[in-house]
Design a protein around this ligand. Structure first.
Ligand code: GLN
Length: 203
């Protein structure tokens, strides 16, 4: 089973760990930069991105995390999506700056920022339940970003090569298709390396 870290500073990392186990990966809780060594992929969970950032900005953790997500599969959900994005607005804050997207925090009005929707996505298997909690909105994505699902025309689930991001919380639904896709990316990336194919082809 591939080893997938879950950044466990704050937020709903435990639910991600369960979703990873269900999807055939072995979760590892990550609280220091040293613990990133040897991981095959990483999930940055939802929660409060400013709180996570404050913790990451100590002891060079943010820099090590950036090096990791630049080359290895990473999946950010909600606050994690905010941390991966190149541009963060409303309010602006620093980020890992790898996902070619602009993200506006707390972008939905008070009444609709937390809601459960069900909609078709580009994943096979019918409508997907999507749990939004004080959700950000991806207002802009680059040409290299594949939109797998949207809400009112704004991307909510995207993939950019070895990176995935969701503005909702797939770990809170029983449906495991989103985590399975990420674990699949992690496995393909591993196999690609082992047979020394270019990562781009494998993923
Ligand atoms: N509003 C939070 C933030 O800005 C994200 C909410 C979430 O992760 N559920 O970090």
């Amino acid at each position: 089973h591939p080893l997938v870290g879950v950044l466990a500073i704050q937020g709903d990392y435990a639910a991600h760990a369960r979703a990873l186990i269900d999807s055939g990966a072995e979760p590892v809780m990550i609280r220091t930069a040293e613990e990133l060594v040897g991981l095959d992929g990483l999930i940055i969970p939802g929660g409060e991105s400013t709180t996570m950032l404050r913790f990451l900005e100590r002891d060079g953790f943010l820099g090590e995390l950036k090096k990791f997500v630049e080359t290895k599969p990473a999946f950010g959900t909600c606050a994690g999506c905010i941390l991966l994005a190149k541009e963060v607005l409303h309010p602006a804050q620093p980020s890992l700056s790898v996902l070619d997207a602009a993200v506006e925090r707390n972008a939905y009005g008070r009444q609709i920022d937390s809601t459960i929707l069900s909609a078709e996505t580009s994943l096979p298997g019918g409508p997907l339940e999507m749990v939004f909690i004080r959700a950000p909105r991806m207002t802009k994505v680059g040409d290299d970003v594949e939109v797998l699902a949207d809400r009112e025309g704004f991307p909510v689930l995207v993939r950019q090569g070895h990176l995935m991001a969701a503005t909702f919380h797939p770990e809170l639904s029983a449906d495991r298709r989103v985590h399975q896709l990420f674990v699949d990316i992690v496995k393909r990336n591993l196999n690609g390396r082992r047979s020394s194919q270019p990562v781009e082809e494998a993923v």
